[in-house]
Design a protein around this ligand. Structure first.
Ligand code: NAP
Length: 248
């Protein structure tokens, strides 16, 4: 029977690399995205080429109705939801706290925290043995910023990822007896389009030289960790946060 992994924000960046890696590992992949349907469709056809089923699902993860509808569309595709990667996440332009406003904070927390909560809830209702499910694995994308706090850049984003860390630890312990392993990955600075939003010049020599490994990460390097946490090879790993950050 088909085993689906749903990857939120799966159309670009770390999510797209994770979709490819999961397809190579034998998963059928549901690719969620917010706006860029062309990127999602192009990725889905690459996964088809690998012989896996791929489904594109537009939904804003911050919207409870859209999240519920997305999971229902996946139910209708047939097969079983066995994996969820809460990868969709946003930053906002780099700023000090005094210059931020409530609308920005709401959006960052709505996407990064509420989106993760909403998708975990829908997945738990389907995967948990308590609800007749067959178990599964959830991986939440946090950030090393959760520990550094990103002062002067985006403390709001860092705080949202701190919430993701705490949720991951708690939910990992809440759901493990029902067959669901919940873990998280904390990437360092990775080469994706997300930095265009913050305006941070992440490839600048002063940035890379401050990273012990002396370079940015690649999306496929984060995807490898996510795929491992989803797999049975990580069967005893529960409520853990895995730093994939070049020593940062
Ligand atoms: P990215 O390149 O900006 O891609 C973001 C993806 O999320 C896109 O597929 C986008 O879809 C989707 N998305 C954005 N808002 C959404 C929403 N409201 N609902 C559904 N999908 C949404 O991001 P990334 O750099 O790969 O980051 C992925 C995750 O890793 C995020 O959680 C981020 O915080 C975390 N992370 C990244 C880094 C880094 O350096 N890149 C470091 C630490 C942690 P559309 O294209 O359709 O908008």
């Amino acid at each position: 029977m088909t085993a689906w992994v749903l990857i939120t924000g799966g159309s670009r960046g770390i999510g797209a690399a994770t979709a490819l890696r999961c397809a190579q590992a034998g998963w059928d992949v549901a690719i969620n995205y917010a706006q860029d349907s062309a990127a999602a469709v192009a990725l889905a056809s690459r996964l088809d080429g690998l012989g896996r089923r791929a489904l594109t699902l537009q939904a804003d993860v911050a919207d409870p109705g859209q999240v519920a509808a997305m999971f229902e569309r996946l139910d209708q595709a047939g097969g079983r939801l066995a994996g969820l990667v809460n990868n969709a996440g946003i930053v906002a332009p780099a700023a000090r706290l005094e210059a931020m406003d409530m609308a920005r904070w709401r959006r960052v927390f709505d996407v990064n925290v509420m989106g993760t909560l909403l998708c975990c809830q829908q997945a738990a209702r389907r995967m948990s043995t308590r609800h007749g499910g067959a178990g599964g694995a959830i991986v939440n994308l946090s950030s090393r910023a959760a520990e550094f706090g990103a002062p002067g850049v985006y403390v709001d984003y860092a705080a949202s990822k701190g919430a993701v860390d705490t949720l991951t630890r708690g939910l990992g312990r809440e759901l493990i007896a029902e067959g669901i392993r919940v873990n998280g990955v904390r990437p360092g600075i990775v080469e994706t389009d997300i930095h265009a939003t913050s305006g941070m010049a992440v490839a600048a020599p002063e940035v890379t030289s401050a990273i012990p490994i002396q370079r940015l990460g690649r999306p496929d390097e984060i995807a490898e960790a996510i795929a491992w946490l989803l797999s049975d090879a990580a069967s005893y790993t529960v409520g853990a946060m895995l730093d994939v950050a070049g020593g940062r």
